[in-house]
Design a protein around this ligand. Structure first.
Ligand SMILES: [Zn+2]
Length: 370
């Protein structure tokens, strides 16, 4: 997602990015409108895109600021042609859904609320300045009348997002309400089923009415619901699995007194990419196969002691996978030694974490289905 978007500045310290497909929309509007005879039509078309664009940005800022108020920082906002996505950094929060449902409802409702608020305030302001303004004249949203478009596009954005079609905002509210009675995964699955039903409805109605916009939204809701369900399963695995269940217990250690050539000889016989360096029973560092090769190539043979990384994190075997994952990603590490009462009892590497998580997610799915 990130790689297909370009930065467009910051608002309230939150990074705003524009997805490349949004630029295609701009080009599309420009070319279709400028093909008409009226030269100002193209400009007005772009202005309308600007109005909708601004409304979507404010919608997403609503989510992001309420989330930040609740202690979940927003990593950024990505603008897509069908709306925006706010990426929240939930790695720091400890999801205990029974306590967080009210917070989740507030975060989800904040976006549509912003749009309905803008619609109300701008309608009141327009009515005050322009008496007898034709609010109900059709078409409601059109580049020919930007003020009326401002009001109605926000009404649409607000109401449409409140439909209970997960992962749209209304669906998120619904999911949060479900978590009062069931565990988060079940709540997500129920919301996903409703989301899928809506997605299919959108696509069918869209095709019947030749409204391709609605077909596209239905398609994205369908895919989005699927992805959310997968990440919910993933999250729960992260939270509930202890490191002792997945750590590698059969692993190779190196000694700081080993030469790099010795280390490489040993490393050849294992699939392991990262090694704890141990003196006696003390962990003194970590080193990767790649690092051994790099140092050998650049400065020739030497001792592991000089080449190893002395800065590392250890974890206890009772810690959750989520916690190990945070440690790995926060410091860009590729290995975490697992200790029990000062003794090295296992290692967790990025490579083995990926494997074991895929396995665990699969085995849980099997258990739930049976
Ligand atoms: Zn929203």
């Amino acid at each position: 997602m990130r790689s297909w978007s370009i930065p467009a500045g910051k608002l309230f310290g939150i990074e705003i990015r524009i997805h490349l497909t949004f630029l295609f929309l701009l080009v599309f509007v420009w070319t279709t409108e400028s093909s008409t005879q009226d030269p100002t039509a193209a400009l007005r078309g772009l202005a309308l895109v600007g109005v909708i664009f601004g409304s979507v940005v404010l919608h997403e800022l609503g989510h992001a600021l309420v989330a930040r108020g609740a202690g979940i920082p927003a990593k950024g906002i990505i603008l897509l042609p069908i709306g925006g996505v706010t990426i929240l950094d939930e790695s720091q929060s400890i999801p205990d859904a029974s306590k967080t449902w009210q917070r989740d409802v507030r975060i989800a409702a904040a976006g549509p609320f912003v749009n309905l608020f803008i619609a109300g305030v701008s309608a009141a302001a327009i009515a005050a300045v322009i008496p007898n303004f034709a609010f109900l004249a059709k078409p409601l949203v059109h580049s020919g009348n930007l003020l009326r478009s401002l009001v109605w596009s926000n009404v649409y954005l607000g109401l449409f997002n409140l439909l209970p079609a997960y992962p749209m905002d209304g669906g998120r509210v619904l999911r949060a309400l479900f978590t009062r009675q069931m565990d988060p995964i079940q709540a997500t699955q129920r919301a996903v089923r409703i989301g899928h039903a809506f997605a299919i409805l959108f696509m069918m109605v869209g095709m019947l009415m030749s409204n391709w916009w609605l077909v596209m939204i239905g398609f994205f809701v369908f895919i989005g619901a699927q992805l959310e369900e997968r990440s919910a399963v993933f999250q729960s695995v992260l939270q509930s699995v202890r490191l002792e269940e997945v750590m590698l217990t059969d692993f190779l250690t190196l000694s700081p007194a080993d030469t790099l050539e010795d280390a490489l000889d040993k490393a050849v016989h294992t699939l392991q990419d990262d090694f704890p360096v141990v003196r006696g029973s003390d962990m003194v560092g970590v080193i990767s196969k790649q690092k051994i090769l790099d140092v050998l190539r650049v400065s020739g043979n030497g001792y592991v002691q000089a080449a190893m990384n002395r800065i590392f994190e250890v974890a206890s075997k009772q810690e959750s996978l989520a916690s190990a994952f945070r440690k790995l990603s926060a410091r860009n590490l590729s290995i975490i030694p697992v200790v029990d009462e000062q003794h090295l009892v296992g290692i967790i590497t990025l490579q083995n974490l990926m494997h074991s998580m895929a396995l665990l997610a699969e085995s849980r799915k099997l258990r739930r289905e049976s």
